[in-house]
Design a protein around this ligand. Sequence first.
Ligand code: HSE
Length: 435
Amino acid sequence: MTKRSVNIGLCGLGTVGQGVIELLAEGGDVLRTRVGADIALRHCATRTPKPEINTLGATESRDVFAVAQDPEVDVLVELIGGTTVAKDLVVAALEQGKHVVTANKALLAEHGETLFALAEAKGLTLRFEAAVAGGIPIIETVKSSLATNHVTSVAGIINGTGNFILTEMAAKGREFADVLEEAQALGYAEADPTFDVDGTDAAQKLVLLASLAFGQRIDVASVFKQGVDSVSPTDIDYARELGFCIKHLGIAKRQGSAIELRVHPTLIPKSKAIAQVDGVLNAVMINASGVGELLLVGPGAGSRPTASAVTADIAAIALSIAKGDQPSALNMGIPLAYFSTASIVDIDHVSSSWYLRLEAEDTPGAMAAITQCLSERDIGIASLIQKLDSPDVQRVPVVLLTDNASTAAIASAMKAIEALPSVGGQVTSLRVEYF
Ligand code: HSE
């Protein structure tokens, strides 16, 4: 049976919710043509009254669960964020037989297994294009467009706030806190920006991407996390001098039958395409058996780009409903019964090149002692800079780039270097990827 109007229930009228209303209003005619039915905003709910927002004639409620209970609503859009009420809301909507669209990566990273199982059991769609990399259509790409590929790695800049901060610090020498405040004002950062800063947001997105790409269940706690707040202006300057820029990356890579999962600041050669991805832009690189290497770039946060992904999900569901088809319940691309539990490589056994920065006495033998700490652990040196800016100072900065070494080996070398009498203070380390 075909349907002339597909009814949407929108929960949450924050930055993204408002963008969704704008795009539904602007795109009404195009959507009607494409979908073959009206997409009507039937019911909106927000805990804080927002009388200034035109909700296009929708019923308005303060209680988000009223939307889940509304028999007229076909698709519930969850944009309230968080993992407690949001989880109950999505469960309630699925229990009521409604399809769900969400932008909530925290919810899916934490409770995805339960929610996807419930959706599949009920034969309902749970779509989440906006949960990863904002406006970039990465979920649909991995889930459907690469269906015949064996994916070997997924890596990228997947937090817009972090990239905005690093770009502004590098280009304009701005202070971290000042740029973070601007990212909040622009609607890029999470309500509580801690997750943007400490790598949690990127880890949640990486888990969703890697799960889809590798067809495996992944515990978000197994992702190694280092936040963008560990990057100092000094390291940005030295990296630039060495021909690199620093980006905060999420990396998921097959290593035999296990996978590496890590989010951390990373030095990348300036000549690489991903090194040019600045500001709030995100970029996702995929290596896959059929297509080879893909790089998708686009706005990773913000009201309209994220709303673009949400409304694309709404349109995809509406198209099936309007045609009288049951929308697909293969929300992770394949039936959940085919999912295995991923075995994650211990971070100590993950290898890369490294950037090391320390301060050492400018005396004969000091440099030899440092390089010995590395060579004793079979770690080669690719470049070395010793700064002799002021001949009077006791200690001078030393910056090294190493060859490939495991996290465990570099940690051991750093400990030995820090114990040298000619070295003062801690050694700073950052990973280097050449892609
Ligand atoms: N706070 C997130 C970011 C929003 O900055 O990437 C998009 O998920």
